[in-house]
Design a protein around this ligand. Structure first.
Ligand SMILES: Nc1nc2c(ncn2[C@@H]2O[C@H](COP(=O)(O)OP(=O)(O)OP(=O)(O)O)[C@@H](O)[C@H]2O)c(=O)[nH]1
Length: 741
């Protein structure tokens, strides 16, 4: 599948101009927490770049991987049927990329691109076709609705989404019960969690006993009731929900500074923080029953075909989360489909179109534990048509693995620059992903050089790639202290959990970090528990017992069973909900704090909006769960401080853009060019410029076609970062400086 080495975009010169400034001034000024602690491993004999030796084709190398012996059957290993999912239709509209796709792979600039034609060709239908096909198969089409649930409204078709991986669904199923029907099984733990606090007097208007009294295992959704939300987009809100209404008290927004956490909740938060900071008694490795771990949201980025899915699939196997039996099954199925080299990628890429094409289409989400972290893993698509999905993943992430293809020509293709222009040759996604990741707040990056087996694990190749990539990563705002570098091979299992076994790699990488070691070297994100609740909703489903469950990452505040919450936008004015039960990182919990990835079962709260039940279809794409006394606001006009990326045509007032922020996506226009700023001092160098060119830092006003939830960056970083894209290219990235309308 190489799907062509296409993408776009930046000139080194542009980055030197633009991003260096951003680095020196912009980002550092925005960031209010200390630099990451992990240091890049010492250079190992950095030497001059040498031409890479001839090497076997990757596929050959992969097929020579030692066969794994048959293992005893794992009864838990069940392939779960995934419903058809909505995909962003705007992608389907990007017909112009198809042409680029089918003609790509032929030297998109950058040395060695030609050699990168590699073993997989872009000779299957474009991802756009996959999207269209998926759309044609889905919505209204979605057959099964739970008996008790009314049919969900026809789903909007343009949502990207975060999709629990099959493995995560399996974990969910196991946590939610032993497969027994009717929501029983593992409900007991959640019941205990919910019941234990249900009777507490919480005080304050915003919290009360859980309306339902009893908890429930969130389990996996009832068939046909899952709605995935990561992005809203044109038509989303209209199709998915009634016209947004502001919840109770929204018109007069209370300043965040007035917020004080409810005492009972604050006590629990403090106790959880103390438990988390207690030293680890013994390294618990991958067991999930150990002491509480810090959450880490990790996104895997990289150019198409860099080896992301294979690496993560094999890593999950090495961590004991994918059984031998499943691994064999994937190998068998992949081989039978003539895609033997993708066997490990199939652990995460389970949609038929992904398997057919070997391209990750959406963001697969799964979880695993390391010694230090409870990791939520987001495997983002590498194909440029799916950059919006990648943004949805990266917007939640605390750290990233950037996979770089070390095979001859592979790195060069992924790192190539576009020739610019609307119809110019696009470049590789290594640049765009790294720049977007940084702009979305990711400061910690482990660069994993894959496929070095194709060059006999030549250290020179590794050092050459590091030398080429480092200046670029610095130019887009990464600090060297936030970068780690390591070699690894997914299909061959080299340097994932254990040090490399192949002497050719072990010889020069002895003592260097493994992939898991690099993950454990990331610094945990500070939890923003001191702010009112915010949870952008990335997943909606109906549990077996009929409660609506919202999934997402808490970006502010904390929650416990009984907490009252509001949704913005709300399906009905003043509608409030009570948290019935919570799962954090897949396990029943009595508390969720900022930084946690959780699933929250909601019931109508008495006295809030007439107690009307929430239906999954009424949760608008881009919705955010909020503290009812300090809800987010819906905005249509706002001021951004942006850095203009590689635009071939200057940005003018009236420029159409697609806005990406947290899980929201909305169409809009740049309605005012307010000022060009000095990137270092932030001072206005030119008021009301007529246009903005690449590399410039500027204040602009943007008007969205429909209201969406945004926050000023100074209050909620994750809700205040925006990427402006158009025609499949990222024009600018920036932060929200003011909410205007
Ligand atoms: N020789 C070799 N091949 C590899 C290695 N890693 C991945 N591959 C192969 O490269 C191909 C692409 O791997 P994937 O894991 O699907 O790549 P990806 O980055 O997830 O691709 P997208 O999801 O489409 O962006 C597969 O055939 C893999 O077997 C490696 O370390 N060595």
């Amino acid at each position: 599948m190489t799907k062509g080495k296409r993408g776009q975009m930046y000139d080194d010169d542009d980055f030197d101009d633009g991003y260096d400034d951003y680095d020196d001034d912009g980002y550092d000024a925005y960031d209010d927490h200390p630099p990451t602690k992990n240091a890049a491993p010492a250079a190992r004999g950095a030497g001059p770049a040498k031409p890479a030796p001839q090497q076997p084709k990757p596929s050959a190398a992969v097929s020579s991987a030692p066969a794994r012996s048959a293992a005893k059957p794992d009864p838990a290993a069940k392939a779960l049927q995934q419903p058809a999912y909505p995909l962003a239709p705007h992608l389907a509209a990007q017909g112009q990329h198809k042409a680029a796709a089918s003609s790509s792979g032929n030297g998109s600039g950058g040395g060695g691109a030609a050699a990168a034609a590699g073993p997989f060709r872009f000779d299957t239908p474009s991802p756009d076709d996959a999207v269209k096909a998926a759309q044609e198969r889905r919505p209204g089409a979605a057959p099964a609705h739970s008996a008790s649930a009314p049919p969900a409204p026809s789903l909007p078709q343009n949502k990207a989404f975060l999709r629990p991986s099959p493995m995560m669904q399996q974990q969910r199923q196991q946590a939610g019960g032993s497969g027994g029907g009717g929501g029983g099984g593992g409900g007991a733990a959640a019941d205990a969690a919910a019941g234990g606090v249900a009777g507490l007097s919480l005080g304050g208007a915003s919290h009360g006993p859980a309306a339902a009294g009893e908890g429930e295992a969130l389990g996996h959704p009832a068939a046909g009731t899952r709605h995935h939300h990561a992005h809203g987009g044109p038509g989303d809100q209209a199709a998915a929900a009634p016209a947004p209404e502001r919840p109770h008290g929204l018109h007069t927004r209370r300043p965040v500074s007035e917020y004080a956490m409810e005492p009972e909740l604050a006590r629990e938060v403090a106790a959880a923080a103390a438990a988390e900071s207690a030293p680890l008694s013994s390294p618990p490795s991958t067991s999930s029953a150990a002491a509480p771990k810090s959450p880490l949201h990790l996104v895997v980025l990289g150019h198409v075909d860099a080896g992301k899915s294979s690496l993560m699939g094999r890593l999950l196997h090495e961590l004991g989360l994918v059984s031998e039996r499943e691994a064999h099954k994937h190998q068998r199925d992949a081989a039978a489909a003539g895609k033997g080299s993708f066997a490990w990628a199939w652990v995460l890429d389970e949609r038929p179109e992904e398997r057919e094409r070997g391209v990750t289409v959406d963001v697969a989400m799964t979880r695993f534990n390391t010694d230090r972290f409870a990791v939520t893993l987001l495997d983002a698509p590498g194909h440029r048509d799916f950059v919006p999905n990648m943004i949805a993943g990266a917007a939640q992430a605390d750290a990233a693995l950037l996979l770089v293809d070390g095979s001859p020509g592979g790195f060069e293709a992924g790192f190539s620059e576009g020739s610019g222009g609307l119809h110019g040759t696009p470049g590789g996604q290594t640049r765009e992903h790294a720049a977007l990741a940084r702009s979305l707040g990711i400061e910690q990056l482990a660069v994993v050089v894959s496929k070095l087996d194709t060059v006999g694990y030549a250290q020179e190749r590794f050092e050459h790639i590091r030398a080429a990539l480092l200046p670029f990563l610095r130019s887009v705002g990464f600090r060297e202290s936030g970068l780690q570098w390591l070699p690894a091979s997914g299909p061959l299992g080299e340097n994932l959990v254990r040090p490399p076994a192949d002497p050719a790699l072990a010889g020069w990488w002895r003592g260097g970090p493994t992939v898991v070691g690099a993950i454990d070297a990331f610094a945990p994100r500070e939890r923003a528990v001191g702010r009112p609740l915010r949870m952008p909703v990335s997943d909606v489903f109906k549990s077996r017992s009929g409660a609506v469950v919202l999934g997402g990452k808490l970006e502010g505040g904390a929650l416990r069973p009984g907490s009252k919450v509001a949704l913005v936008p709300a399906a009905a004015a003043g509608q409030l909900f009570a948290v019935r039960s919570i799962e954090v990182a897949g396990a029943p919990a009595h508390l969720a704090r900022a930084g946690d990835s959780c699933e929250v079962a909601l019931v109508a709260a008495h006295g809030g909006g007439g107690g009307a039940a929430l239906e999954p279809g009424a949760v608008a794409a881009g919705a955010v769960l909020c503290h009812p006394d300090f809800p987010a606001v819906l905005v249509t006009r706002f001021e951004l401080r942006i850095v203009v990326l590689d635009v071939s045509v200057p940005l003018l007032r009236g420029q159409a853009v697609t806005l990406h922020a947290h899980v929201a996506r909305e169409e809009g226009h740049i309605t005012a060019l307010s000022a060009v700023l000095d990137a270092r001092s932030g001072e206005v160098t030119k008021a009301r410029p007529r246009c903005l060119t690449r590399g410039q830092t500027a204040l602009v006003e943007v008007t969205a076609a429909r209201a969406l939830v945004l926050e000023e960056y100074s209050e909620y970083r994750a809700l205040g970062r925006v990427a402006l894209r158009e025609g499949g290219r990222t024009l600018a990235v920036g932060i929200v400086t003011r909410l205007l309308e």
